[in-house]
Design a protein around this ligand. Sequence first.
Ligand SMILES: [Zn+2]
Length: 216
Amino acid sequence: MTDAPEARPVDRYEWERVIRRARLGRVIAGNAKGSRGGVSAAAFKAVAFTWSSHGNSDGSDIYPGDATLAVESEVGLKAVKAIKAAMVRLGLTTRTKAGARRQGQGDVYRLTLPVSPTLDKLIEVLSTDEVRAAAVATYEKQRGTPPGSIPPEVRAAVFERDGNRCVECHSTDDLTLDHIHPWSLGGPDTEDNLQVLCRPCNSRKGVRVVVALAGY
Ligand SMILES: [Zn+2]
């Protein structure tokens, strides 16, 4: 494949940590009319991790056949072939030895990561902070929706106490109620756990919370 990016060999540990954060849902898109022929992120990841599990810890010596991969990952053979081709195209895996077809040997591959261009230029790869933020958002979504769950009288009392402006920058525009101890971490909808923040200050605080949670 001529347009395969330059890639460097990596061990399984490094490869899997990157693939975990990669957004693989649109790498193999369906046709224009719908999703026919498309491969879901779940299928892509199942095949990718099954693939890497065949390698040595240094990421070398991967040679399962497509049918074996299909059985193990519980993904259809056609999708497996498309995913394998996409991994090669993205520089996520590189052929290291061509098999002797006459003797029924398959090709041998190893795990790689593209260097030029890097993977995040080719597809979306979340940072660890972004994963954490998305996880918090997912948890919040499951817990219920915070906006509107705050009783109106609590809401009004907090706005009045804080003078109807952002407690950080004193803006009076685009105001939100912020949970001082994050709601996603069990912070209650009570007056003393709420403050008025404008949306920009609120999102800056969100980033700080995420960074703190991630242990940086
Ligand atoms: Zn503000």
